[in-house]
Design a protein around this ligand. Structure first.
Ligand SMILES: Nc1nc2c(ncn2[C@@H]2O[C@H](COP(=O)(O)OP(=O)(O)OP(=O)(O)O)[C@@H](O)[C@H]2O)c(=O)[nH]1
Ligand SMILES: [Mg+2]
Length: 291
């Protein structure tokens, strides 16, 4: 009797959705940063256990804004919410619920029958579990909730067991050794973007996307990836290059280190910074990037 489910992971930006998917899958599936709206795609993470397989759809944080890019990010999350067999709603206990959480729980509540809740960041000093639990009891009474720390791994096993239990009967969709189905070029672009999110501030992380141009493999097995770091304005280009190229070098070196660990062979990045004015307002670009 094998069970399987597609599990949509939803919640406000920075709630810890990607950290949780990584913790469950035991590998770095999705990039993580303290900057809200790090995730821009529905990234799949796979957890296979005894008699079950869970396919997590890590989604962009739900955020009410009518800007073209935010609208697209929201559509992805809402689509996953509707289509998935199960929903994993992640609440951040370090933050007061407020209007943003209200708006999210309104979207999730109709799916209560297939929803489990991760009450996350219980390890943090500012965590207030009772506040989040009260909010949940009030707005989504009867929801099955699990206190946990995605970062420390505390409470994650109990959640996984409950998700497996709640899954319908079904086949394994992926071979047991798969923890994600992302194409290597996508993972490379994401890793580069993560370093931008970790090392730049204000509007810069949100102004960036990575565009793959080409790759080839050297005789010694090194993968050479060529791509562009695209920004919206000249000033952002300056910031990303940094004094004497110091910022782009830092981004490149950190990404190369992570990628060698992910793939098990060396990766060399050749990245150019280029400006595409107002790409975030260009529906064609958004359609290509955010899916
Ligand atoms: N203390 C603590 N921090 C956490 C925990 N889980 C996530 N974080 C931190 O919260 C921040 C956001 O984490 P992400 O996993 O990127 O959050 P997300 O929900 O995927 O965010 P978006 O993709 O932007 O919607 C990062 O700095 C994480 O390190 C946790 O259990 N405890
Ligand atoms: Mg994320």
């Amino acid at each position: 009797m094998h069970k399987s489910a597609f599990v949509a992971v939803v919640g406000r930006p920075s709630a810890g959705k990607s950290t949780l998917v990584n913790a469950i899958c035991g590998q770095k599936v999705a990039i993580v940063s303290p900057v809200p709206q790090t995730t821009r795609n529905t990234v799949r993470g796979i957890k296979t256990g005894e008699g079950y397989q869970l396919v997590f759809l890590d989604t962009p944080g739900l955020h009410d804004s009518e800007k073209a890019m935010n609208r697209r990010l929201r559509d992805l999350a809402v689509h996953a919410l509707k289509e998935a067999d199960l929903v994993l709603y992640v609440i951040d206990t370090t933050r007061a619920p407020g209007p943003e959480e209200e708006s999210i729980i309104e979207k999730v509540a109709p799916f209560i029958g297939k929803t489990l809740v991760a009450v996350n960041k219980i390890d943090a000093r500012e965590s207030d579990i009772a506040r989040s639990r009260l909010f949940l009891a009030d707005r989504m009474p009867g929801a099955r909730a699990f206190d946990l720390s995605a970062e420390k791994g505390t409470g994650v096993d109990a959640l996984v067991a409950a998700l497996a239990e709640a899954s319908p009967l079904g086949p394994a969709y992926y071979p047991a050794e798969f923890y994600t189905d992302q194409e290597p070029v996508f993972r490379i672009a994401e890793t580069i973007r993560e370093k931008v999110f970790l090392h730049t501030r204000n509007e810069v992380p949100h102004a960036v996307y990575v565009e793959y141009t080409a790759h080839h493999t050297l005789d010694d097995g090194t993968l050479v990836y060529e791509g562009d770091l695209v920004v919206e304005r000249d000033t952002q280009k300056g910031i990303l290059i940094g004094q004497g190229g110091s910022m782009i070098r830092l981004i490149r070196e950190e990404a190369e280190r992570d990628l060698e660990e992910i793939f098990g062979y060396p990766v060399r990045l050749s990245i150019k910074v280029r400006v595409q004015a107002d790409w975030k307002k260009d529906e064609k670009t958004l359609k290509r990037l955010i899916q």
